[in-house]
Each structure stands twice: as C-alpha cells, then as structure tokens.
Design a protein around this ligand. Sequence first.
Ligand code: MD6
Ligand code: FE
Length: 219
Amino acid sequence: MTADLFEDTPPERMAQPMVPGAVLLQGFARDLQAALLTSFEEVIAQAPLRHLVTPGGYTMSVAMTNCGPLGWVSDRRGYRYQATDPLSNQPWPKMPGAWRELAARAAAAAGYAGFKPDACLVNSYQPGAKLSLHQDRDEIDMSAPIVSVSLGLPATFLFGTERRADKPQRFRLLSGDVVVWGGASRLAYHGIAQLPAGDHALTGARRINLTFRKAGDAA
Ligand code: MD6
Ligand code: FE
C-alpha cells in the first residue's frame, strides 16, 4: 500500500472495521478502476457472463463468470469450484496479474498477509438484480480471507452473522471500494440488496464485483 493512493482520503475512511475479521477499504482500488474494467472486458470475452441455476432450480439474477485456476459454478447438481468453464469445457481465463496483486495488497492492508487467490468470481448486476443472503463455504481453506472489489453503480452490502436469522447490517459499497473478509466473520451470511437504477460513468447501468478466493488446496 502506498500513501499517495490515499492522498485525498482521510485516514479514518481508509480502513473501516465492519465486524471482527472484516474490513472495508474505501477507495482502495480507486486508481485502478479503468484498468480493472479493461481486463474485465477481456475476461468476459473468453468466458461470457451467464445466469447460473441454483440447485433448487432458480435462475440467479446476477450474471457470473470466473477467471483463475478455479471457478465457482452452480447447477442442479450443486455448488462447486471447477477448473473448466462448463460452457466451453476450457480452462477459465487467466487471472490478470494486476488483479491478483490488488487482491494480495488489499488482504495485507486488512491484516491477512500472504493471500494467494486461485479463483476470482466475477459478478455483474443490472438494476433489479440481487444476491440473497448466503455463506461462502465451498472453499477448502477457511483460514484465507475473501477480497471483494466493487466497480460501477453503488450497492448495499448486507452483512449478518453465522446465523441466517440474525438481521444483517447494511454497508454502502462504491466503485473502487474493497472489502476484505475473513477470520471470525468468514462464514457470516451476506448478500447484496436489489440494485437500484442508475448510470455510472465507467460501467453504465451496472455494478461489477470481483471476489478473490483461495478455493483449492494447491499451494
Ligand atoms: C457482491 N459478494 O459483492 C457479492 N462474498 O457482489 C459476495 O458474495 C461476497 O463480497 C464473500 C465475501 C465478500 C463478498
Ligand atoms: Fe458471497
């Protein structure tokens, strides 16, 4: 992390604890937004965004794809990580080096040194899309955090506890914000409230989210 990245960000806005183990790094990726979106276009040209079906038979309103050695997929058989894109049976696109480095820097800034993601789930929300409360528990190594980068339209992140019934806290995520999440909060229920209509200078009527994970057991 370099000091000049935050020249115009007051220190108290830099790293906000959300709950124990989870930190909101406001504007951490601000200077990288345009470059991230360029490589986003390259990733989705190789592995198109698609609306996955849940094991229960619902089509997700969020469009998803992946890059990196492993990708998260859902179908009638369940949720899992796999090395190939089921649409092409080819490996997922390479994780851009600048993405991996951003994720590692953000994790370190939040107290999780040595984060080496092997999966990046790419989510695209159009107005009206939402992500219901869920736990991220398909990863093998729960000691690694998850790093989540928001781009484009603002969204409300719902952040609960390990009990689904507990009322979630709400956090507003803006383009360039990074959430790092692990430790005691690693299995907290979370989701994204229905995305309001809007138009963003960089993404138009869309919110893009990149979540970096250590999903597999390879070093
Ligand atoms: C999103 N994010 O922000 C969805 N999961 O679009 C997630 O589901 C998520 O942001 C685990 C950790 C951070 C996240
Ligand atoms: Fe999640």
